[in-house]
Ligand binder design. Structure first.
Ligand code: HXC
Length: 257
């Protein structure tokens, strides 16, 4: 089967998905998220696959949700469609998923990586939730998951400024499991995934379920709240100005000094 936005292959017992919208730095549109869910559904059913790797290009894992697709959305469209509800399915998979991240992992791209079980970063990786610069907020769990990983101070610093962190800072603060040379990223991720796939399937899936229980109750509530706030922000002029400015390649004017 071929996909418009993904390259998909099986390497031994590992399902490998490569995000493939190079002209948009792998910005995640609804087609990509639907294709990704279709592929992950197949991997869940396929007994020959024990672990999944999601990766992008050397330049970008994914530079965000697709701003050009979102910019014109109105509230209540976002609410009625439960916009971003389909993203969360990625986090609900039972088989382990490793995100192999090189280049930009921004906004929804970082949120997708954070939905995976762990991230292996290339030396050139950079991570950020720059939504505030577009007059919006993250909505696919990035606020909940980043804050849990790095703590309140650093999460606030990153979220309120929209700044990025490089691979070293991400390693130091527990965002990623480890950093490898950029050219060794895929090989390293596949090796880890293959080692996981070679373990007891039951034990691996139980471990994932147990780790997810650490904060499941509170996380679920936070995820719903974050998504609803994101849907509601499409009722604001700042969302129109921020996303419009990105598309027109100019600085946004939120009417603030
Ligand atoms: C749509 C995007 C995009 C995005 C890049 N592109 N990011 N299109 N949505 N998120 C497109 C550009 O418009 C451009 O298309 C092409 O990809 C190459 O990007 P450039 O900007 O020319 O590349 P470069 O100068 O190398 O800059 C890289 C960059 C920059 C720093 C990553 O592209 C950037 O700032 N992107 C936006 C990052 C961002 O704000 N992400 C958060 C999005 S909001 P053209 O046609 O001009 O060649 C979000 C909300 C999530 O993710 C909410 C829940 C999921």
């Amino acid at each position: 089967m071929t996909y418009q936005t993904l390259l998909v292959e099986q390497v031994a017992a590992v399902g490998l998905v490569t995000l493939n919208r190079p002209s948009a730095l792998n910005a995640i549109n609804s087609e990509l998220i639907d294709e990704l869910n279709t592929v992950l559904d197949g991997f869940e059913r396929d007994a020959s696959i024990g672990c999944v790797v999601i990766t992008g290009s050397t330049k970008a894992f994914a530079a965000g949700a697709d701003v050009k697709e979102m910019a014109g959305l109105q509230y209540p469209d976002t609410y009625l469609d439960d916009f971003l509800g389909r993203w969360d399915k990625v986090a609900q998979r039972r088989k382990p998923i490793i995100a192999a991240v090189a280049g930009h992992a921004l906004g929804g791209g970082f949120e997708l990586a954070l939905m995976c079980d762990f991230i292996i970063a290339a030396e050139n990786a950079n991570f950020g939730l720059p939504e505030v610069k577009l007059g919006v907020i993250p909505g696919a769990g990035g606020i909940q998951r980043l804050t849990r990983l790095v703590g309140r101070a650093k999460a606030m610093d990153m979220l309120l400024s929209g700044r990025t962190m490089n691979a070293q800072e991400a390693d130091r603060t527990g965002v990623v499991a480890r950093v490898v040379a950029t050219e060794a990223l895929l090989e390293s991720a596949l090796q880890s995934a293959q080692a996981i796939a070679a373990q007891s399937r039951t034990a691996v899936m139980m471990l994932k379920e147990c780790v997810n229980r650490v904060d499941e109750g509170a996380l679920g509530e936070g995820l719903r709240f974050e998504r609803r706030m994101f849907q509601a922000i499409f009722a604001t002029p700042d969302q129109k100005e921020g996303m419009g400015a990105f598309i027109e390649k100019r600085k946004p004017d939120f009417g603030r000094k």
